[in-house]
Design a protein around this ligand. Structure first.
Ligand SMILES: [Zn+2]
Length: 277
């Protein structure tokens, strides 16, 4: 939708909406600027200020070439009502854990896009890898294809302790299912809400040298994070931080000191007016 066609206020009262515990869905089924209903699998963005969800196609800031997919979480978005002017949108580096979870959700989505894990209960590791490869774009910002294809990023992430809390991997390690199908238990919120903008500035890594081996995989985000005290029990920063806004960016146990951290970014899109002024 063109920017000047977007309303600058909601057509309904945001304060009257009753939300689930995770603030994913409201009982009134009102979203976006106009209050249009939303299905689970509709590509949607959450505004980091008002927390309302917006259909990607109801925004003006997500161009088609970004390839924004359902359940994608590596972005910052502020709606036009909150800015009083243009929407703000920025693609952030993603983590393998978040990418894998997005892939699993999409693969287990029902044909009517309303449920996950009911009509399709398992996804194969092979399908997850292929799905990620076929959706390589803004979703995989900051990650490298050799990690996916040569360095077993997906199998490694599936056995990460955090993911073990979300996913069940079959004994032969070829199939994945979700531990919980409740919508409020899904990880849908943007990663690291509002905490990393300064660190996520456009910074292009050097191109890989011909014949260079694939870099090792880290399930954690590669980006530098705000320094907060490490928690005693290190869990995956990637997935757990997304739904826990109070955790201050998900820093765990010096993750960004790891030798296998990947260089951050290229940004596919950074249409944040005024940000780079
Ligand atoms: Zn807003």
């Amino acid at each position: 939708m063109a920017e000047d066609e977007l309303p600058k206020k909601f057509s309904y009262n945001l304060d009257n909406l009753r939300w689930d515990a995770a603030h994913h869905f409201n009982e009134q089924n009102r979203y976006s600027y106009t209050g249009r209903g939303r299905k689970l699998g509709d590509p949607a963005l959450q505004c980091e200020r008002c927390m309302q969800w917006f259909h990607a196609k109801d925004t003006s800031c997500v161009p088609e070439e970004v390839g924004f997919v359902p359940f994608q979480r590596n972005y910052r978005f502020t709606c036009r009502v909150c800015t009083g002017a243009k929407e703000l949108f920025e693609v952030l580096p993603n983590t393998w854990s978040s990418i894998v979870l997005t892939a699993v959700y999409n693969l287990l989505l029902s044909d009517d896009r309303a449920t996950i894990g009911e009509s399709r209960k398992t996804a194969s590791v092979k399908d997850i890898v292929e799905w990620i490869q076929s959706h390589w774009g803004s979703l995989t910002s900051g990650r490298s294809l050799p990690q996916l294809l040569e360095n077993n990023a997906v199998p490694k992430c599936l056995h990460h302790s955090h993911n073990a809390g979300l996913l069940i991997v079959s004994a032969d390690k070829t199939e994945v299912s979700l531990r919980s199908l409740a919508h409020a238990k899904l990880h849908l919120k943007p990663l690291l809400n509002g905490t990393v903008a300064a660190n996520a500035a456009v910074r292009r890594p050097a191109p890989p040298r011909p014949g260079a081996p694939a870099p090792p995989v880290s399930c954690r985000s590669a980006r530098a994070r705000p320094q907060v005290p490490a928690k005693p029990k290190a869990r995956d920063a990637a997935g757990s931080s997304g739904s826990k806004r109070k955790r201050g960016g998900g820093q765990r146990g010096g993750a960004n000191k790891r030798a296998d951290a990947m260089p951050a970014v290229p940004m596919q899109v950074a249409s944040r007016p005024g940000m780079h002024a």
